[in-house]
Design a protein around this ligand. Structure first.
Ligand code: ADP
Ligand code: ASP
Ligand code: MG
Length: 471
């Protein structure tokens, strides 16, 4: 079995949907067993969040946005030319929109949009896309069934980014797939609690859905179909010379995506790694391109497509906007427990720490967090360490905004001296100042915090000096 996942960019309009169906038709003709996961149509999840937030403000304009969302879906249905069957589909879609409209009306009336109701609202994106796509496949003579993954993927109630209960989920998936032998058209991104309340797996989570299902049914491969030729050496929107990598390891993919390479959602690698199932990233708009394989060991020995496949640095990625919380004070030296209290205090308030650096003098600890967590984090830490601040064990806690993180990633950087030096030289030559540096203990990644205004220049400098220019 191959689990294929098509992202929003692959199903942005009717002609794209038709291209996807052609890709699927070829696989079916080749007698391949497939399960297909779909995201919402491009921009739909963003629109649903926006509409929910407008309704929350008791602004009737939410109805205008809602109507254009309806129009978008009905236009796609029209363009798909489904003949007489169109009525069946229109009815299904109308009933989904009716339900959505009622929820939005509720948000408007009570002026409340909880993470729980937002998950419910965004779940309509995937329900709509899968309903429309499965119906058009049936119309083209492909026997398939629509599966709402929230029926089988079970999570905790951390709405917005719920954690999967794998024991229950794996059992549900095996049971379901044993009974349903037809091609399954599966909603990505959505799941539910044990009480059957809709949850989501985090933005970009459809990739994860594919891996969860793939691992549970011991698939031969998980294919992520998107709008680029695989994992590239850098974000193509920021580095024009970026090129596609033949293969990367699960860890490299995890590291690149954790630090901003949107092409794959970071948790996707975990279920696949556990079962050693290869993930292949493919381009819907260039299906002939081999794409990138995510495997246990990258295979430069079978003929690297590009020089970089065997090179120490695989790629660079970035998180464009972060804040740096700095806790410093000479009294901290040798005082145990400061770091652990710091992490606990922030974790209690669900503040995710993206990167940590501690000077060897223990004089200061720097934490990179999302910008919306900067001031909040500072306030929490000031409260947690009020006595230490009074006793001057901690001198000050500050926040610096408008920063970016660059991560330089490659498994072969391990035990290879000189890479950090080359990165600093590339930045130094371009007069780019480094605010903080961190290296994961696995030595898989060197991360640098720089000023946001220097990001484009820094990425291009590192890419051209380290990834492009080598033996
Ligand atoms: P989908 O809709 O298929 O899920 P996404 O927009 O989530 O697609 O991810 C694909 C996008 O990720 C690409 O269009 C590209 O702009 C961006 N991207 C960022 N970094 C990288 C990278 N290192 N390699 C490939 N794509 C990247
Ligand atoms: N539609 C969801 C999102 O936009 C999930 C996904 O695209 O993977 O985040
Ligand atoms: Mg995506």
């Amino acid at each position: 079995m191959i689990v294929m996942k098509f992202g929003g960019s692959s199903v942005g309009n009717s002609s794209r949907i038709n291209s996807v169906i052609s890709i699927l038709q070829t696989r079916i003709t080749n007698k391949e067993n497939i399960t297909v996961v779909f995201s919402a149509f491009q921009t739909v999840t963003d629109s649903l969040i926006e509409i929910g937030n407008i309704a929350l403000k008791r602004d009737l304009n939410y109805k205008i946005k809602f109507e254009s969302l309806e129009k978008l879906h009905y236009q796609i249905i029209d363009e798909l030319n489904l003949g007489l069957d169109i009525k069946v589909l229109q009815k299904k879609v109308a009933s989904l929109f009716e339900e959505l409209s009622e929820i939005l009306h509720g948000v408007y009336l009570v002026k409340e949009l909880t993470p729980k109701s937002l998950d419910y609202i965004v779940s309509f994106g995937e329900q709509l896309s899968c309903t429309i796509i499965s119906e058009s496949m049936i119309n083209r003579g492909i026997e398939c069934e629509n599966l709402n993954a929230s029926k089988i993927i079970k999570t905790d109630n951390d709405f917005g980014k719920a954690r999967v209960n794998f024991k229950l989920t794996n059992k549900n998936i095996s049971k379901y797939f044993k009974k349903h032998k037809m091609i399954q058209i599966v909603t990505g991104f959505i799941s539910s609690t044990e009480e059957n309340e809709i949850t989501t797996l985090g933005r970009g989570g459809s990739d994860y859905t594919a891996a969860i299902i793939g691992a549970a049914i011991d698939a031969d491969a998980i294919e992520i179909w998107t709008d680029v030729d695989g994992i590239l050496t850098a974000d193509p929107r920021k580095v024009t010379d970026a090129f596609s990598l033949k293969s990367v390891t699960y860890e490299e993919a995890m590291e690149l995506s954790h630090f901003g390479a949107k092409v794959i959602y970071p948790p996707t690698m975990l279920p696949a790694l556990e079962k050693k199932i290869k993930i292949i990233i493919k381009n819907t708009f260039n299906p002939e391109c081999a794409g990138t394989m995510i495997v246990e060991k990258s295979k430069e020995e079978d003929g690297a497509r590009r020089k970089s496949d065997g090179f120490l640095v695989k790629g660079i990625s970035s998180i464009d906007n972060v804040s740096l919380i700095r806790v410093q004070g000479s009294g901290m030296i040798g005082v145990s427990g400061i770091a652990s209290r710091l992490f606990t205090a922030l974790a209690l308030h669900k503040i995710n720490i993206i990167l940590i650096t501690q000077a060897s003098s223990e004089h200061s600890i720097c934490l990179a967090v999302l910008p919306e967590h900067g001031e909040k984090g500072k306030t929490i830490l000031k409260k947690e360490f009020r006595l230490e601040l009074l006793d001057k064990i901690i001198g000050e806690i500050t926040v610096e905004d408008n920063l970016s993180i660059i991560a330089v990633v490659g498994e072969k950087m391990r035990h290879s001296p000189g890479i950090a030096g080359k990165i600093f030289m590339a930045l130094g030559d371009n007069s780019i100042n480094i605010n903080a540096i961190a290296q994961g203990s696995s030595e898989l990644n060197i991360s640098l915090v720089i000023s946001k205004k220097d990001l484009g220049k820094a990425l291009n400098a590192i890419h051209s000096d380290i990834i492009m220019r080598r033996e």
